[in-house]
Design a protein around this ligand. Structure first.
Ligand code: SAM
Length: 298
């Protein structure tokens, strides 16, 4: 048996504001409006202009479920099953990380690099999650070929679904498997990754909205938070063309360690770039044209 919907939009928003406020959700009015807007696909400005519009039963059930999930502490993106990333609207659930704004900057760094070349070439995205990086590169770039991998079957399935929903003109090939293994013997012009980079101890101190809802395997990278970064820096060279780009999102607290690893592994011109919040967030480096023996990134 479904609850009957409140008579009007203003009643639904009033009910939601009370629930969210009682549940300790900050900014409950704004939150109620945002939830309403995502669930109904109606711009908040339009909703505000028609406060006495009736509330259809199906939308009410969906809205009520999303409000209940927010009251339980679940992040908004999971509560509504959607997240925005650059130009895209992506489907998300608790098997994939909610795409972050800093990762939008990682995509920008790759686009800037590819636009400065005569041809964009090919790209591999490692640990694709919702597919946000690979699908944005497909939507905004001019790459000849894009492959994206993840060790999580659920992630590959959501990313594949996102591609189908987006109906992009350029396809991404999603592959299941550990780090670079799904690339087999193939070589790319760019390898990009936002790998897990939180330490096991930091994970225990994360905001509960992250720790209790987002997948641990998408966040934690061993005791020191560097396992994935280190593996990629040691092994990605053999999957890149000479002069090809590696672009990794990193934890600002370990930017120096990441840079040190890149130097040790023999990458050319490794450097750190900052995100839009001024934090050291991206490690960029080129595959050397020739490798010095003993300093292999392979
Ligand atoms: C920080 S999330 C990033 C997801 C997405 N690229 C984004 O930026 O929102 C890291 C992703 O790496 C995947 N992952 C973790 N370990 C992996 C491994 N050994 N091989 C491939 N993917 C892995 C996780 O499943 C997760 O989807």
């Amino acid at each position: 048996m479904h609850d009957p919907p409140p008579a009007t939009v203003v009643d639904a928003l009033g009910w939601a504001t009370e629930q969210l406020d009682a549940g300790g959700v900050p900014g409950p009015r704004r939150e109620a409006l945002d939830l309403w807007s995502v669930v109904t696909a109606v711009d908040p400005v339009v909703a505000l202009a028609r406060p006495s519009a009736p509330v259809p039963q199906a939308q009410w059930q969906h809205f009520k479920a999303a409000v209940d999930r927010r009251v339980e502490g679940e992040p908004l993106a999971y509560a509504v099953g959607r997240a925005s990333f650059r130009t895209l609207e992506l489907k998300v659930n608790r098997s994939v990380l909610i795409p972050r704004p800093e990762t939008e900057g990682l995509v920008q760094a790759v686009l800037d690099w590819s636009q400065a070349r005569s041809r964009a070439g090919t790209v591999a995205d490692i640990g694709t999650g919702s597919g946000c990086i690979a699908l944005s590169l497909a939507a905004e770039g001019a790459f000849d070929r894009i492959i994206a991998t993840d060790v999580s079957e659920e992630a590959v399935s959501i990313a594949t679904r996102n591609m189908a929903l987006l109906r992009l003109t350029r396809n991404v090939e999603f592959r299941l498997g550990d780090l670079l293994s799904p690339l087999r013997l193939e070589v790319f012009d760019v390898i990009v990754s936002n790998p897990p980079y939180v330490t096991a101890e930091e994970f225990t101190r994360l905001d509960p909205a992250v720790r209790d809802f987002e997948p641990r395997a998408a966040l934690v990278s061993g005791q020191k938070g560097m396992w994935h970064t280190s593996q990629l820096l040691q092994r990605a060279g053999s999957h890149l063309t000479p002069g090809g780009l590696i672009a990794l999102e990193i934890d600002a607290r370990r930017a120096r360690d990441a840079l040190h690893l890149a130097v040790q592994a023999g990458w050319d011109s490794p450097h750190i770039e900052r995100d839009v919040f001024g934090r050291d967030r991206y490690l960029l480096a080129r595959n050397p044209l020739t490798r010095t023996p003993g300093r292999s990134a392979r």
